[in-house]
Ligand binder design. Structure first.
Ligand code: AMP
Ligand code: MG
Length: 352
């Protein structure tokens, strides 16, 4: 554990030292023309990520992206619920020890869980990282359908209800001082798919930003985070995917901002002509059916991630009320008809 903490500190120091160096080299590079550079990661959070940045040369950019990748990979391992890693206790370790014993973990796990508990209460329980047992059933049915579409089926409601007996977030016991997490009952499990990518991205970008780094746009599997603005301090332009296909819904101009979308159009399976996607309404224990997709725009990518999942599982009026109650948060909703609804302040970001 001490080693992990030390590694965490080391990583932050490395980022800070590196970013300071980078700033110097950026200052030096002012005379040189900045060019747009891009790279891709394929091993983070089971998704494809792109990074776009402006730098004087590729070496400078690739040194930065290497540091970024390392930092995100640490979070990926910590927040992994499917794989164990020799050198670290992660969320899978916590799940494996449900009902048995508290697990000592890196503080980045403790902080994620505390944030998730806060989002649980802010969303009236709709976003619940303790919903693991129910989500696992849907995950298994989705996997089965992907492997053999002829065997596609939906789970019995009784099975879902039994699993739901073990989804009370109050039974996720966090001891912040001891840095331990304990799931009170066997049968409980955490699933942080709704929040972890945004949370990890926010923490990593925050560390780079504190060191003064700017002009980077990261897309971590649909979670977009702009650090600063683009070339010549012009806002980055980001396209919002149309879940019904075709061109972008909108192009928006952003700086120091996150855009996170949730939808039923990417991870789903078909059964009896109906689409069963991966975002589950804790009230029905089934996929929600209000919208094709939603997007949330705000500075903090962790908040945007949690809120986009939340407003996908509530009706438009409740979602709009939640968004309007929060300072600096905007959203859009794509209805099944294709109509797009926007919160009041969203349109100010739209370029086309
Ligand atoms: P997102 O794409 O951010 O909306 O997150 C979707 C993922 O969150 C799913 O793949 C599940 O892992 C998880 N999830 C689905 N429904 C819920 C829910 N009601 N509360 C918390 N996590 C959920
Ligand atoms: Mg989310």
């Amino acid at each position: 554990m001490t080693t992990l903490r030390r590694n965490g500190r080391k990583m932050k120091n490395r980022i800070l030292a590196f970013a300071a160096l980078l700033l110097l080299s950026l200052l030096h590079a002012c005379e040189k023309p900045q060019q747009k550079l891009e790279t891709e990661f394929i091993d983070l959070f089971d998704t494809v990520s792109q990074v776009v940045g402006y730098a004087a040369d590729y070496k400078e950019f690739s040194t930065f992206t290497k540091q970024l990748h390392e930092a995100l990979l640490e979070y990926h391992k910590l927040y992994d619920i499917y794989n164990s890693y020799e050198d670290v206790n992660n969320l899978k370790t916590i799940n494996d020890n449900a009902g048995k014993s508290p697990v000592k973990v890196d503080k980045r796990i403790v902080e994620l869980i505390i944030f998730s508990k806060k989002m649980h209460s802010q969303t009236n329980g709709l976003v619940n990282i303790a919903l693991g047992p129910v989500l696992k059933i849907w995950h298994d049915f989705r996997t089965l359908a992907a492997e053999n579409p002829n065997e596609a089926a939906i789970p019995e409601i009784e099975l879902l209800k039994q699993a739901n007996e073990y989804t009370n977030i109050e039974d996720v016991l966090v001891d912040e001082a001891a840095s331990t997490v304990f799931l009170r009952y066997e049968g409980m499990s955490l699933d942080v798919g709704a929040i972890a990518k945004g949370y990890a991205l926010e923490r990593v970008c925050e560390a780079f930003e504190q060191a003064g780094y700017k002009s980077i746009l990261i897309n971590l599997g649909g979670n977009v985070r702009a650090m600063g603005a683009g070339q010549n301090d012009k806002p980055f332009r980001v396209g919002i995917k149309n879940p019904l296909g075709g061109k972008f819904l909108n192009i928006i101009a952003v700086r120091d901002c996150s855009l996170v979308s949730s939808g039923g159009y990417e991870r789903y399976y078909m059964f009896n002509g109906r689409r069963y996607h991966h975002i589950i309404d804790p009230n029905t224990l089934c996929p929600s059916d209000y919208f094709e997709a939603v997007s949330v725009l705000c500075r903090d990518s962790a908040l945007a991630d949690a809120l986009s999942t939340a407003i996908f599982i509530m009706d438009y009026e409740s979602g709009l009320a939640l968004i309007n109650s929060l300072e600096g948060v905007e959203a859009l909703w794509v209805m099944h008809s294709g109509e797009v609804k926007y919160s009041d302040g969203f349109k100010a970001f739209i370029v086309s």
